[in-house]
Design a protein around this ligand. Structure first.
Ligand SMILES: NC(=O)c1ccc[n+]([C@@H]2O[C@H](COP(=O)([O-])OP(=O)(O)OC[C@H]3O[C@@H](n4cnc5c(N)ncnc54)[C@H](O)[C@@H]3O)[C@@H](O)[C@H]2O)c1
Length: 441
């Protein structure tokens, strides 16, 4: 029997994408969307643009593109704004980031140059390696949150955007743990007014977004919305949230390979990962506080995928180490080495070596695009918006946000199935179980 489709508002008018942090990822995303709009490139790496979804039985051969299956905003309807403590416009910032080659940037200059960053909510204590001049002033953090809300309204008026989403593409903040000020909306608002030291700048933006009913996606491993106060605010304001930490590069590889090893019951005694990268992100991560935030995000992945408590003979006490080394000559072109010590039948040891010469922001940009479009979809879908956390977007994150009493799902293939089944559910299509016995009746 056919299921009923869920009610989704159509994406009329423009979608405004508000980005915290106009650095390498943000400018690669914006320039890329414009290049695609101008027919200069294909949206490679974007599930919303190139991905397909199978519907019904394999014999039906219904496999539409995702963008034709669910009502997503069109790339032509996207408009952009950003905050950054560094005053460079998007053209300058992209030039300094050095991800996109100069000739393409010059072609896009007329689009990028007018994108000037709004003054940021910035406190150096949270990102020690940065100094910013383009910074908001206010007596309290609540004043700063109000200024961000005003920026949001102002951008909406000026751009004519009907709807907005906010994505954090700012630096990794120093490691924070949940404190009493994060436990309820009331405590958090009191903390904003009394300048609590436990409220990071990213939380000020997130609060301003959620108060304004704007979805918030967290691309860094920062704590931000992963606290009861902001989770509750998201539910109250029907504003979707998701995070944390875009899953690109080495962790993407980990979540591709580890499920395969586990599927074939191959043991693991150690996984050593090291990176060299020379972009500003790498420089910020030289600070031990910011590195700790990143390290926590990168380390948990294997524990959850391999389940040592379920498979003690295979995965008990495997040694996992992650290092990030700032090495300026490489710029955004990171090199990630992995050495895996594995073992098979009768315990015989083997090794796998991975040398991934990747481009960080090239891998991250399509994630920003997909998140902006899917978060907007969730916002227009009351059944999704009222739930706050969008766990179906785990696919994109190193440390997926999840309900407090659940464990996160890290396996990329389960994450993809979850995402696509969510889309099927929204459109009233049967969920795919891959049972398929009926083909042999
Ligand atoms: N590129 C990837 O593959 C990848 C993957 C996962 C996560 N990330 C995360 O995405 C973020 C962006 O990465 P990037 O390579 O673009 O870094 P980047 O250093 O080039 O850009 C970050 C920008 O954020 C700005 N910023 C810092 N604090 C801010 C604040 N309070 N408000 C507004 N702006 C602020 C910085 O000035 C900088 O311009 C980092 O946190 C990084 O860890 C990136």
């Amino acid at each position: 029997m056919a299921k009923r489709a869920v009610s989704i508002e159509l994406p009329e008018g423009k979608l405004g994408v508000l980005i915290c942090g106009l650095g390498a990822v943000a400018t690669t995303f914006m320039a890329g969307v414009e290049a695609i709009r101008r027919g200069l490139a294909h949206p490679i790496g974007s599930l919303t643009q190139m991905g397909t979804i199978r519907l019904g039985k394999r014999t039906e051969r219904r496999i539409p593109k995702i963008k034709d299956f669910v009502p997503l905003a069109r790339l032509e309807d996207m408009v952009f704004a950003a905050w950054d403590p560094i005053p460079d416009n998007a053209f300058e910032a992209a030039r300094k980031a050095g991800v996109i080659e100069r000739s393409m940037l010059d072609d896009l200059k007329d689009f990028l140059e007018p994108i000037e960053p709004m003054p940021a909510v910035f406190e150096q204590k949270f990102v020690k390696r940065l100094e910013g001049k383009n910074v908001k002033k206010g007596k309290t953090k609540m004043d700063l949150a109000e200024q961000v809300m005003e920026d949001i309204c102002q951008f909406k008026r000026a751009s004519g955007a009907e709807r907005l989403v906010m994505v954090w593409c700012g630096s990794t903040e120093t490691f924070l743990v949940e404190k009493p000020v994060h436990q309820s909306v009331t405590a958090f608002e009191k903390g904003l007014k009394s300048n609590s030291a436990d409220i990071a700048p990213s939380m000020v933006y997130a609060y301003a977004a959620l108060k304004s009913g704007v979805p918030y996606a967290n691309g860094a491993p920062n704590l931000t919305t992963d606290v009861p106060a902001l989770r509750d605010l998201a539910v109250r304001r029907r504003a979707p949230i998701c995070g944390k930490d875009f899953k690109t590069g080495q962790t993407l590889m980990k979540t591709i390979i580890a499920p395969g090893l586990k599927a074939r019951l191959i043991g693991l005694s150690g996984w050593f990962s090291t990176n060299i990268l020379g972009n500003r992100d790498g420089e910020v991560l030289e600070d031990p506080g910011s590195f700790k935030t990143k390290e926590e995000s990168k380390l948990s992945v294997l524990e959850y995928i391999l389940q040592p408590e379920v498979y003690p003979e295979l995965y008990k006490d495997f040694y996992h180490k992650v290092r990030i080394n700032y090495y300026p000559p490489r710029g955004d072109n990171k090199e990630g080495w992995d050495n895996l010590d594995i073992f098979g039948w009768l315990g015989y040891p083997m090794q796998i070596k991975i040398d991934f010469l990747c481009r960080d922001s090239i891998l991250a940009a399509p994630i920003v695009l997909d998140l902006a479009l899917f978060m907007d979809l969730a916002q227009r879908t009351p059944e999704m918006a009222r739930r706050g956390i969008q766990e179906w977007l785990s696919f994109y994150f190193k440390s997926p946000m999840h309900a407090p009493d659940l464990y996160p799902e890290h396996d990329l293939f389960i994450q993809l199935m979850k995402l696509k089944n969510t889309l099927r559910h929204l459109r009233g299509e049967e969920l795919i179980t891959h049972l398929g016995l009926e083909y042999y009746d």
